[in-house]
Design a protein around this ligand. Sequence first.
Ligand code: EPZ
Length: 418
Amino acid sequence: MDKLRIRGGRPLEGEVRISGAKNAALPIMCAALLSAEPLSVTNVPRLMDTSTLTKLLGQLGVEVKRSDGRMVLQAKTISRPVAPYELVKTMRASVYVLGPLLARFGEARVSLPGGCAWGPRPVDLHIRGMQQLGAEVEIEHGYIVARCDKLKGATLSFEISSVGATGNILMAAAMAQGKTIIENAACEPEIEALAEFLASMGVGIEGVGTSRLAVTGTDRLHPADASMIPDRIEAGTFLAAAAMTGGDVEVTSVTPGHLDAVIGKLEEAGADVLVHERSVRVRAPERLNPLRVTTAPYPGFPTDMQAQFMALLSIASGTSTITDTIYQDRFTHVAELQRLGADIRVEGNTATIHGVPSLSGAPVMATDLRASAALILAGLVAKSETRVSRIYHLDRGYERIEEKLQGLGAAIRRVRGA
Ligand code: EPZ
């Protein structure tokens, strides 16, 4: 298994181009199941997760071609509407095939994703939503088994804002008879991108970008093409790295508006932030100020930046707190940061971080995608060497991260099969 070796203490400097968003690419690729027409997308990041999904769609019978930065997907027909456990267990987002398979083919067998490193991640809202659109849904042998003659529009109101359930219901409603209203829908930019993509295929959608979506289903979908929005979490990760290392970094090809909450916290921490039309530049302060951070659905502070900010605040001057309201127990990175000398205590869904003057390098283990990013950030400031193992987590969601960091002057390298 590959490892990363990092020598800390160098300020990051320069420009880095941000890739397309993983969490927009995954649902948009699944939208290809809705139509026999070719769909063309550009700026799709080269990640483990997009490869896993390409494999799953291929198994379903979708033709996926990739060349010169363009991916063309076409589901003229499908073989069997089944998403097997072997693939779904490696990537929860595979559940996004449920809505489109049900909407177009009237049946779907999708393995339940199961839990993740930080606890249960139910899909009850996805299932209930499909039932409200008229599908029969049962759980059999670890699979969601769903059937319907034709989905029918309905009014749904989510008790909690869910990115995944909103995306799945949006795609199901795209071919349902009549109108579907989704209240308390997720407003994440990735959902906005999916809604815009479905609209470009011919689906009637009102309220894009708001928490109330009205979808008018259609059977006449036409070819479409789109470019993936930038990955705001990748961008946020590099901006935090700049602020932590005493650096000066500009992230390019980004949509600054998607980063407001993160930029606000970096400014509060004392960083100097310059926002341009398609880029954001961060210049680090002498010493970071402590913060109080509470995660929330978009446009609140993203839970996917929680671990990275925990690494940042571990070297701030004073005591900070981070409360995760989305995932009560998303703290598997704490024990590893403590191994690097961080002073962190967790009670319930709040971590209290007492800033320390410095961290010291050690072997650490990645436990999930964003936790691995946090360990890299900590390694970039730690004294001597940090070795991060289980970085397959990282490769799921960051495209060529060590090369990008090397481009900014970081002493980081991948050791294959170490
Ligand atoms: C998406 O996951 C992202 N993944 C996650 O990013 C991100 O952490 C999350 O949204 C929140 O922003 C993708 O887009 C592929 P949710 P998702 O449904 O859709 C509860 C990363 O690092 N819930 O918005 O699975 C759930 O347990 C990943 O890139 C139910 O109770 O998240 C959580 O507490 C990690 N029942 C809350 O809602 C359901 O049926 C929000 O989850 C669905 C969700």
